[in-house]
Design a protein around this ligand. Structure first.
Ligand SMILES: [Cu+2]
Length: 156
């Protein structure tokens, strides 16, 4: 009888633990999308391994107009956090470098725990004006898309 109770208790704890960590079904994990007002199309790409929890990492953002022209000289602000935990980013990521072709290196990104994170980009340029996009990143489970980006050429 007591053993049965122990099994049930263990099951209950396991359910609680996984339930608390669970990421919503159907979350849009696309790393390329139009901004909310369709002024830009933004593509995000991790330059390191996003699953390395607690490590400082850089991401690259490619910014183009809705019709695909690269946007240079854009101002990009990065925010975000964990919607399920009600906390923001542990660091203040910022653009550290602009590359050719409307590409920007965002440094100082850190995910301090596994789970669902939002990266919110505010983009402004003299030609197209302000707009914003929110990206969902699930840290700590090696989502196929992120793994594919990191796979060496020829092995993907
Ligand atoms: Cu959290």
């Amino acid at each position: 009888m007591f053993q049965r109770f122990l099994v049930l208790a263990a099951l209950a704890v396991a359910t609680l633990l996984t339930g608390c960590m669970s990421v919503p079904e159907g979350l849009d994990l696309s790393l390329a999308k139009p901004t909310d007002g369709h002024k830009y199309v933004v593509k995000l790409q991790p330059l390191g391994d996003p699953d390395k929890i607690g490590q400082m990492q850089s991401w690259e953002a490619s910014v183009a107009t809705a019709d695909g022209k690269p946007v240079s000289g854009a101002r990009i602000e990065v925010g975000g956090g964990m919607p399920q935990h009600g906390h923001g980013l542990p660091t203040r990521p910022a653009v550290t470098r602009e590359l050719e072709g409307g590409r920007y290196v965002i440094g100082g990104v850190k995910f301090s725990m596994s789970g669902w994170w939002e990266l919110k980009l505010k983009i402004d340029s003299s030609t197209n004006g302000p707009d914003a996009a929110t990206f969902n990143v699930v840290v700590g489970r090696g989502t196929p898309r992120q793994t594919a980006l990191l796979a060496p050429a020829g092995k993907a």
